[in-house]
Design a binder for this molecule. Structure first.
Ligand code: KG4
Ligand code: ZN
Length: 336
């Protein structure tokens, strides 16, 4: 079975062809980083326009790389939400138009389900498990009992983890996206030079909050400016900030495992590409006899392979929807 995945929820135009749920024949991702980096964040109108310009080229490249033609595709899976509506509409409408002309089934996929199932492109993970979804728009702890069986245990009450990386990078004048840049800077810094606060929230809460941390970084920078350069470096701030985010993510993930008696954690989403988070989570979980699974970095950040993968498993495990597939609409706040 060949699934064509299409992902345009944010600022990556992506298409992929997946065979039988496991063999990834192609995975094409066109990043818009250079368009948005000058603004220090995503400009929705520019994102939507760039998707329109590139989507056909990217789909064609995915088909070419896979060595297949449109007529060979058995199912089209496209991201339906959550995300930027101007971006979502491009991929979803392209998927519907292709499905209509080819008489191929089309399904809308929740972007977060795509992130959770990305690990299955690499290896099978036994159910149940805990998923920590850490991206630019989400920080969620989710109990996964099976394909299509998800229960949110905690989520951020303000900024997402990735968003805080992006905002701190912007404050430091380091560009966009902030995650990889902060990670690189942090390698040259000392996390103990500038220790930032952690928001643990109420006892045993599995929710997150990162806006106070962001404010704390801003106050540190203001103080540093008025200190005439006597205190910590950008590298130390990056290291201290990253340490604070990772500390909270690791401890809350382990708390969720204890509360839910889970023995496996899947870490996924753009921030899961962070090597320090991957290492800290693996090491801390090992001490509690918990196994950690993380997709390789290219499958952590936005991609269409994970959407194709979710489409494949949906077609295998969930009964087909009664509704008209051509009435599928983009949902910027689609619940998970
Ligand atoms: O999953 P993703 O590609 O898009 C969303 O669904 O939001 O995640 C993008 C986020 C951005 O905030 C980016 O800064 C962050 O993931 N990110 C990282 C790293 N690579 C990407 N954060 C920390 N360390 C990284 N290496
Ligand atoms: Zn994402």
């Amino acid at each position: 079975m060949l699934v064509l995945g299409i992902e345009t929820s944010c600022d990556e135009t992506a298409a992929a062809v997946l065979e039988d749920g496991t063999f990834l024949r192609s995975n094409v991702i066109a990043s818009q980083d250079e368009i948005h980096s000058q603004f220090g964040g995503i400009v929705p109108e520019l994102a939507g326009r760039s998707h329109v310009e590139r989507i056909h080229l990217i789909i064609q490249r995915a088909l070419d790389d896979a060595g297949v033609q449109l007529n060979d595709i058995d199912l089209i899976a496209a991201t339906q939400g959550p995300g930027l509506v101007v971006s979502l509409l491009v991929g979803l409408n392209t998927a519907k138009a292709l499905a209509y002309s080819l008489e191929t089934p089309v399904i809308g996929i929740n972007h977060l389900e795509g992130h959770v199932l990305a690990i299955f492109l690499q290896q099978k993970v036994e159910f149940p498990f805990l998923a920590l979804i850490v991206s630019g728009g989400h920080t969620d702890l989710c109990r996964v009992n099976g394909f299509g069986q998800y229960r949110i245990l905690g989520r951020t009450r303000d900024d997402a983890a990735g968003e805080s990386f992006d905002k701190v990078a912007k404050m430091l004048g380091l560009g966009y996206p902030g995650g990889p840049i902060i990670e690189k800077k942090a390698r040259q810094g000392n996390p103990q030079t500038q220790v930032f606060p952690r928001a643990w929230l109420e006892k045993d809460s599995l929710d997150f909050s990162f806006s106070g941390l962001k404010t704390s970084v801003r106050n540190t920078l203001l103080k540093r400016n008025s200190d005439n350069g006597s205190s910590c470096s950008d590298e130390d701030i990056a290291a201290g900030f990253q340490e604070a985010v990772v500390d909270v993510l690791v401890r809350k993930a382990l708390l969720a495992c204890r509360q839910e008696s889970l023995k496996r954690i899947v870490v996924t989403g753009g921030v899961a590409a962070n090597g320090y988070l991957r290492d800290c989570m693996t090491e801390a979980a090992r001490k509690e006899g918990i196994e950690v699974f993380v997709p390789k970095p290219v499958l952590c950040t936005d991609n269409a392979a994970m959407i194709a993968c979710a489409g494949y498993y949906r077609s295998q495990h969930c009964p087909p929807s009664e509704s008209d597939p051509f009435s599928l609409d983009a949902h910027p706040n689609l619940p998970f």
